[in-house]
Design a protein around this ligand. Sequence first.
Ligand code: NAP
Length: 246
Amino acid sequence: MKNKIVLITGASRGIGSAIMRHFAEAQAKIIATATSEKGIETIQQKTQKEWAVHPVIYQSGTAQNAKDLIAAANAVYDDSIDILINNAGMTRDKLAVRLSEEDWREVLAVNLDGAFYLSSAALRKMIRKSAGRIINISSVVASTGNPGQLNYCASKAGLEGLTRALAREVAARHITVNSIAPGFIHTDMTGQLSAEQQHTLAQQIPMGRIGHPDEIAAVTLFLASDAAAYITGQTIHVNGGLLMGL
Ligand code: NAP
């Protein structure tokens, strides 16, 4: 991973922050995004002095923001990005009858549209280099569904479909495109659940516990490595056995 240029969206917290640490420790050169100055400060506080981490503000959901981010990222280390990690994501949970058009559109825009726009913008230079990795962070609920998460489940199922279609388009250029589908992982996203809800959730997981962000970051690092050169168009499930047999 030494000197590989890696763009990680949503790196200020949770899974993205763990991914940033794993790649930084592997001596990659990182562009790490957050949505606000506060997020940028968090990234800076988490960055050790021997790491190469450049924080950038980025709001997912529009083609222009994606183009601007890829242009900025390509300029930071004076070379184009080798690895794109579409990790930024959000939820707006409501039952279908209460889910507004805005709730639907915002989650689809941030989780799915943003990944498409960034992939499309990053690919031009990857194709020219005949090398590259795109890793999309999906979710187990893309496969299982989850009440109250129509928008989120649809965005992640869409992301997995995008992964397979894009993988086929660029395979001949030695570019791999894969998804990782985490189960339930300890982050701010699951932190909204009460201790009792977390306990009930853990009981449904064969391994009896909620996962750690490092357990997703380790798989991300593997998919970006040379060892994973023959894996493309896949969704790798990391869920403590919550879902089996796909
Ligand atoms: P998190 O702790 O809530 O962190 C979300 C990250 O995404 C933050 O860095 C946040 O930046 C950024 N972000 C939020 N909205 C954004 C937007 N509109 N534009 C750009 N960036 C935005 O989430 P997490 O649990 O680490 O989740 C990371 C990914 O894993 C997501 O795609 C999520 O769907 C997926 N996932 C999580 C779990 C889980 O159990 N935690 C399970 C399955 C899948 P700021 O700090 O600036 O807000």
